[in-house]
Design a protein around this ligand. Structure first.
Ligand SMILES: [Zn+2]
Ligand SMILES: [Zn+2]
Ligand SMILES: [Zn+2]
Length: 248
């Protein structure tokens, strides 16, 4: 499978409108440091696409039929693009947790067919076996374990830490890749999101490679962050960016 990062930012995107912090100023200089809100696609070995969250308008980036859309949760930064995408010409299934479901999408879904799922549920989507995982966030939020043949990855945002049970289960899966919530800079303690070190250290316990995503403008500027994790984690931890693809 290929993991395609369409959006790797938090709610505000980087640069945030009119913000003059070092992270936003850097992103005005270097295009690669700009981030749209969280949006990710998995391209299966049969070239089918599954979309996870729709934080942004995907029409110019992924103009293919979708096997399904999975939502991690209904916070706005993960569903903005859905308001437009529901006009898709092809009927598309959307799987999501029930809590805080968006009223507009529910009452006027157009070509989106909403199905509610909960932690522990399994889905078969083309060649993928997807298991929903419980995360620790402000509202009901699902992470996803995604397996294809003998390869496994996990998408783990938005969350603060992971339960011991989830960590143990993921460890046994010998993940090739863990995609982690690294909203905040090292040292920041937030009840609903990890900082860079919390995320990297948890990721290393469960996966060969760790990709930090869901990065806020309150985090370090891109180049500084990339250097920080390179020095501290010996190449096992990478910083995701919009447009990045990762072969698994
Ligand atoms: Zn978020
Ligand atoms: Zn900023
Ligand atoms: Zn959230």
């Amino acid at each position: 499978m290929i993991v395609y990062f369409l959006g790797t930012g938090g709610s505000e995107g980087i640069p945030a409108h009119l913000c003059t912090c070092p992270t936003c100023e850097e992103a005005r200089k270097f295009g690669f440091a700009q981030r749209k809100p969280s949006t990710l696609a998995i391209i299966t070995k049969n070239n089918k696409a599954v979309l996870i969250d729709v934080g942004t308008d995907i029409r110019d980036l992924l103009h293919v039929p979708l096997e399904a859309i999975l939502l991690t949760h209904w916070h706005h930064d993960h569903i903005y693009g859905l308001y437009k995408l529901r006009w898709t010409a092809r009927k598309t299934k959307l799987y999501a947790p029930r809590e805080h479901a968006d009223q507009l999408i529910i009452t006027d879904p157009k070509n989106i067919e909403v199905h509610f799922i909960r932690a522990g549920d399994e889905l078969i989507l083309d060649s993928l076996r997807v298991t929903a995982l419980r995360l620790n966030h402000q509202i009901e939020t699902l992470g996803y374990l995604i397996e294809e043949d003998d390869k496994a990855i996990a998408l783990l945002y938005d969350t603060k830490n992971l339960s011991q049970k989830t960590l143990k289960m993921l460890k046994e899966k010998k993940l090739r890749l863990a995609i982690m919530d690294a909203t905040y800079a090292p040292g920041v303690n937030d009840p609903y999101h990890n900082n860079v070190d919390e995320s990297a250290q948890m990721g290393i316990k469960i996966a060969e490679r760790v990709l930090l995503s869901h990065i806020s403008h309150k985090n370090l500027p891109f180049l500084q962050l990339a250097e920080y994790v390179r020095q501290k984690y010996d190449g096992k931890v990478l910083v995701a960016y919009d447009g990045m693809i990762f072969y698994v």
